[in-house]
Design a protein around this ligand. Structure first.
Ligand SMILES: [Zn+2]
Length: 159
């Protein structure tokens, strides 16, 4: 993959990549029981290493794991990369043994940026806390959460 954009960093660059995750989330096959999420992993120089969205290849796929699946686990660029997700990475899940926060902790990715903290609709999520406790930098941009909520509005109405 050779797509590129701004080098990850606080402010406009983080906003650029989070808006990309919202775009990706709009491709999710619809679900009544799971959020639509987009994720992108960006190297230090702005190269896209992997992208994903919920349910892309399988009904149980989470966006972060699809994005990480595209990347060689030994890719040295992971050590300087930022993972962007439109929603807080999950800390537990019913359908698969490994949560997205565990999958992220399996990588050296030092920085995670999310737009929206997972609301307690389906499970109680403490992914951001787990990542911080493990020494990763977690940046939250609630100012960009509106687009994420809009994509998931049908789920929130039932909450
Ligand atoms: Zn997940």
């Amino acid at each position: 993959m050779s797509a590129r954009g701004p080098a990850p960093g606080e402010g406009a660059a983080d906003a650029h990549w989070l808006l990309r995750t919202v775009e990706l989330s709009e491709h999710c096959p619809p679900s009544e029981t799971a959020f639509s999420v987009g994720a992108v992993v960006v190297a230090e120089d702005g190269t896209v290493l992997g992208e994903g969205y919920s349910r892309r290849d399988d009904p149980h796929d989470h966006a972060e794991e699809v994005a990480l699946r595209a990347i060689d686990a030994d890719d040295p660029r992971l050590a300087g990369a930022t993972l962007y997700s439109s929603l807080e990475p999950c800390s537990s899940r019913a359908s698969r043994p490994r949560s997205c926060s565990s999958l992220i902790l399996d990588t050296p990715i030092p920085r995670v940026v999310l737009a929206w903290r997972e609301p307690a609709v389906f499970v109680d999520c403490d992914g951001a806390e787990r990542l911080r406790t493990a020494g990763r930098t977690v940046v939250e941009r609630p100012d960009l959460a509106e687009g994420v909520r809009a994509v998931n509005a049908h789920l929130l109405g039932a909450a």
